[in-house]
Design a protein around this ligand. Structure first.
Ligand SMILES: O=P(O)(O)OC[C@H]1O[C@H](O)[C@H](O)[C@@H](O)[C@@H]1O
Length: 528
């Protein structure tokens, strides 16, 4: 395509949202008008399905659930007055709580104010709060946030070490929709023990964000935690950033949560329009479909050219991959759908893997996120008349051009600044694009049956470990791994038992080993 035709294509396809000053440019995705025409009937159906979802249809049929994250920022859209009231009450509850924490009206037993937040959660109960903290926390926030998002003991230690001298003024927020996720439970128990080791009353430092009646909810109520915030049944983990899950952390850090919600609401209005060309989420879904043939044949590489948006690609990884990565479509056909997402930030990644993007296996399309404002205030000159921000902007344009010239497509999303309103809008844009794409390829974007298999297998390993320990306790002589497996009645699990023993031995858990760990068949294992 010559320069004049490309410039015309740019102008023809450029989306601009006046109020949000938000641009989406899909001109560097190589689809043609015939493709757009062919997609129109599918989009017409997707727009209808989306409208039904927003009205409260059971859009997550396997779990028999409504899908209501759009109501969070426009409560009047909720299908019942009761849900509308719950949304509004929770928002007021969050704001009142944050105000009282900041003022010291609610304070810990041994300090005048809470100074730090320890947010414990995983998946959708961590990624949104982490992304928003990185993007929006002010330079001197009223409270500093820390996260535990794994069951890694060394990771937990690192966070507890940071907080060792500040536990007296630390507010712990346990976040789990189900209230039973093991990683979150483990982190919470370890933190509870850390408080107890300093003879502090954990309950007076803790709040929970969880579904009503969950195990976590019951624990918080039974132990008299400071308060609880509800996680609604009709909100999925990966679309929960604008529910209490994300808003409590954000409000406590002094982030304007009403502005986040307002930005999301404005974007929702723009992405509700049932017309491909004037709907930015439809433009993204169209581009994803064209890049990967509607089968996810190309990965989505996300490159925000702004350090504070570093975690956006990680956040999108769950939103896109957990929503779209499905074995079966809604009719039960095996489809193996999905779109792989990865990325960190530009131009940093230019010096890491852009070499492969430009010249290597062409199995991706890029999404470049551009922020127009370089920094608040003036920039020093690096070269005469040139700032660091000019370089960054040049690198973005350069990468886009170099990729396109070598037949690598890209989308560019441009926002004026990173602020609560634009971040809310970005979240809403991608939530809607994922929803529309899910309808286009006919998958349930709101369940995650595949995650359960791994969770169940992990629980089986822990059960096996208990059985191994019970057998070892009852035996005087050392046993081989094969003998142990036979004693448990699970001869097929020798390899799993070997790995359990190796892990226990590395952690001083009373296991005595003879033989070489490098030669599993040589091992004799006993307690003591
Ligand atoms: O909020 P929770 O119930 O603890 O769930 C946390 C996460 O765990 C699961 O494995 C799901 O796949 C995620 O969608 C969810 O966000």
């Amino acid at each position: 395509m010559d320069a004049a035709t490309l410039w015309q294509r740019y102008q023809d396809w450029l989306y601009y949202h006046e109020g949000l000053e938000f641009y989406v440019d899909i001109s560097r995705m190589r689809f043609d008008e015939a493709f757009v025409e062919a997609m129109k009937p599918r989009f017409a159906k997707a727009f209808e399905d989306m409208a039904a979802l927003e009205k409260g249809a059971i859009a997550n049929p396997d779990e028999d659930r409504m899908v209501g994250h759009y109501w969070l920022r426009h409560s009047q859209l909720a299908p019942t007055a009761e849900i509308q009231q719950e949304i509004e009450d929770t928002l007021v509850q969050i704001e009142t709580f944050a105000r009282k924490i900041h003022s010291g009206d609610i304070h810990p037993p041994d300090a005048a104010k809470f100074t730090d937040i320890l947010s414990i959660g995983i998946g959708g109960s961590a990624l949104g709060p982490q992304f928003v903290a990185e993007a929006l926390a002010p330079s001197s926030p009223p409270m500093e946030i820390h996260f535990i998002d794994n069951s890694d003991p060394a990771g937990i230690d690192a966070i507890l070490l940071q907080l060792e001298d500040k536990l007296a003024s630390t507010l712990v927020i346990a976040i789990s929709k189900s209230g039973g996720t093991p990683e979150t439970r483990n982190g919470t128990i370890e933190v509870q023990k850390a408080f107890e080791s300093q003879s502090r009353n954990f309950a007076a430092h803790a709040i929970a964000i969880t579904s009503k009646g969950s195990k976590l909810d019951q624990q918080a109520k039974a132990e008299g935690w400071l308060t609880t915030f509800p996680m609604f049944d009709w909100i999925g983990g990966r679309t929960s950033e604008l529910s209490a899950v994300g808003l409590v952390d954000a409000a406590l850090q002094g982030i304007d949560i009403r502005a986040m919600l307002a930005g999301a609401k404005e974007m929702d209005e723009a992405t509700r329009i049932p017309d491909i060309k004037t709907n930015p989420a439809a433009l993204l879904a169209l581009s994803w479909y064209s890049a990967g043939n509607g089968k996810g044949e190309k990965d989505m590489v996300v490159l925000p050219y702004k350090d504070s948006l570093l975690l956006f690609s990680r956040y999108l990884q769950q939103l896109v991959m957990e929503s779209l990565g499905k074995e079966k479509d809604l009719d039960g056909n095996i489809v193996h759908q999905g779109i792989a997402v990865y990325g960190n930030k530009g131009s940093t990644d230019q010096h890491a893997y852009v070499q492969q993007l430009r010249e290597g296996v062409p199995n991706f399309f890029a999404t470049l996120i551009e922020v127009l404002e370089d920094r608040q205030g003036n920039s020093p000159e690096i070269d005469p008349g040139v700032t660091s921000g000019d370089y960054l902007s040049g690198f973005l344009q350069g990468t886009r051009k170099a990729l396109y010239e070598n037949h690598r497509d890209s989308i560019t999303v441009t926002i004026p600044q990173v602020n609560p309103r634009t971040v809310g809008a970005l979240i809403a844009l991608y939530e809607r694009a994922v929803g529309l794409y899910g309808f286009l390829v006919n998958v349930n974007a709101y369940h995650q049956p595949g995650v359960e298999a791994g969770k169940k297998a992990a629980a089986d390993i822990l059960a096996l470990q208990n059985q191994v320990m019970a057998v070892l306790k009852s035996q005087k002589q050392a046993s081989s791994l094969v003998e142990l497996a036979a004693a448990i009645g699970q001869p097929q699990e020798v390899e799993a038992i070997y790995k359990i023993i190796r892990h226990l031995a590395a952690n001083h858990r009373g296991i005595h080993i003879e033989g070489s760990l490098g030669k599993p068949s040589s091992l004799k294992v006993a307690l003591g």
